[in-house]
Design a protein around this ligand. Structure first.
Ligand code: PLP
Length: 480
């Protein structure tokens, strides 16, 4: 299996060659040359498998340059009950890794946030940590991951890379802008390979610093700067697995179809659902839910993709979906336009200059129905109402992002078609809105009680690129 770029001008590469990198040299995103197609016999066998075994079956279809026996070790180590034990809904079993809860006839919630940082990013990141360590070891290389986070991604990356050989993590976060819980999650880590930097600026400034460092090519090469952002192909790959798991849990036979509703920001999560469907998983609908930042909802309703200026991005109570452009969306558009790299390059030549594109008059748009997408959006008031009604009617507490999903899912229910809403975080991460909605504290895994009182380690720094580079150099060069 080789990987090609969505912009058609980069050489095809093997999985291990794209694992540690970001964008393809032509500026595109990597995708497999073709999507493996499932036979009915395979799907029947997979139905019975536990999570890790299912993950191995799916991942080996995309990875042919790591021996299956090694891959099995990495996958088994990632998808254990020990890593995903923070279940809390009545009757769910942590051994399922992504357990399904039935809310009512035809409406299910699939828990993806039982990992160490209580958000679905752990699902992919836990595997990524093992893959990175393995490939770096094989090659005798090291990597220094530099990232910016507003909460979920940075903590998931840090917990995935804890104690990993050959990997150091430098994570910038906006000083004083994350919730007390999120700060505690990251800053209470006391590991020699994890470095938290609280920048006295906004999240966008943190991102700009990461960009400035990465754009310094000699520095990047010399200090082996890498990233684990949402365009990483291995993250999308790992996410494909839970669509299969959710499908099997919600149905009794492989003749049935389902819909998935996915709270979306960067289009990473739902991109995996799209690929599962392209492989032949019987998904009738992919329901994309946004908050007030509705770039993607607008596209699926109108054919116009109009990324917003960062200043236009609204700060909402589902902050992990507050995005101005959807970095994984290019992968879907590549398929939509018939995998025509020239066409994608033409469209993104506008996007990369801050512009938009409109496909509403194109043949591709006429035929978009074959991909099964529909969409909707939600507001702060919708989130509060959904959190309340789900708590009152079902005794299940959902976080703000999942509430966006539930609200939009209800608008797209079809008789006879089970709808699976992906739960992307636990309510404990977004206490303030839970208090506002329910006038009570969110439920929190008992192991994390009082995490805010642990000693914290964080370097507070000004948004000064040179100073941050110097901080990094000193720690990369030191031998512990
Ligand atoms: C990252 C995140 C999302 C958005 O996922 P995408 O893959 O970027 O679409 C939604 N909810 C939560 C809680 C997240 O952390």
């Amino acid at each position: 299996m080789k990987y090609i770029s969505t912009r058609g001008q980069s050489p095809a590469l093997a999985f291990s060659d794209i694992l540690l990198g970001g964008l393809a040299p032509d500026g595109g995103l990597y995708l497999p040359e073709t999507y493996p197609q499932l036979s009915a016999a395979e799907l029947a066998e997979w139905r019975e498998l536990p999570y890790a075994a299912l993950a191995l079956r799916i991942i080996t279809k995309f990875v042919d340059d790591i021996p299956a026996c090694d891959l099995k070790v990495l996958v088994d180590r990632a998808y254990t009950e020990r890593n995903f034990h923070y279940t809390r809904n009545p009757g769910t079993d942590a051994a399922d890794i992504t357990p399904l809860t039935k809310l009512e006839d035809g409406l299910f919630l699939q828990e993806l946030s039982n990992g160490p940082t209580l958000a679905f990013k752990d699902m992919a990141m836990q595997l990524l940590g093992n893959l990175f360590e393995y490939v770096l070891e094989k090659r005798g290389e090291t990597i220094n991951i530099l990232g910016a986070t507003s909460g979920d991604t940075g903590s998931a990356a840090e917990y995935a890379m804890l104690g990993k050989h050959r990997v150091k993590v430098f994570m910038l976060s906006p000083h004083g802008k994350m919730s007390a819980f999120q700060r505690a999650q990251m800053y209470s880590l006391n590991e020699p390979n994890i470095f938290n930097i609280a920048v006295t600026a906004m999240f966008d400034d943190c991102q700009d610093i990461v960009k400035a460092v990465s754009n310094d090519a000699p520095f990047k090469a010399k200090y082996k700067i890498g990233a684990v952002n949402s365009i990483n192909w291995a993250r999308v790959l790992a996410q494909i697995v839970y669509y299969f798991k959710g499908y099997f849990a919600a149905t009794k036979s492989n003749d049935e179809k389902v819909a998935f509703c996915v709270p979306s920001g960067n289009f990473g999560n739902i991109c995996a659902g799209h690929i599962a469907r392209m492989m032949g998983l019987p998904i009738a609908r992919l329901v994309l839910a946004t908050n007030e930042n509705d770039v993607l909802d607008e596209f699926f309703r109108t054919g116009l993709y109009r990324p917003r200026a960062t200043a236009e991005t609204q700060v909402t109570s589902s902050p992990s979906m507050d995005i101005s452009k959807a970095s994984n969306f290019e992968r879907f558009v590549f398929d939509l336009v018939g995998r025509d790299g020239d066409k994608v390059r033409e469209l993104w030549s506008k996007v990369d200059k801050g512009g938009a594109f409109d496909l509403s008059q194109s043949a591709a748009w006429q035929d978009i129905g074959r991909f099964g997408f529909v969409s909707g959006k939600s507001s702060h008031a919708d989130r509060l109402a959904t959190i309340r009604s789900t708590w009152e009617q079902h005794g299940v507490m959902v976080d703000t992002h999942t509430a966006d999903g539930l609200k939009v899912a209800r608008e797209h229910l079809e008789p006879g078609l089970p709808m699976i809403v992906l739960e992307t975080a636990q309510p404990a991460k977004f206490e303030e809105t839970i208090r506002e909605a329910l006038n009570r504290e969110p439920v929190r895994p008992k192991e994390l009680a009082g995490i805010e009182n642990l000693p914290q380690q964080v370097a507070v720094m000004a948004p000064d690129v040179e100073a941050i580079k110097a901080f990094l150099v000193e720690r990369v060069e030191s031998r512990e």
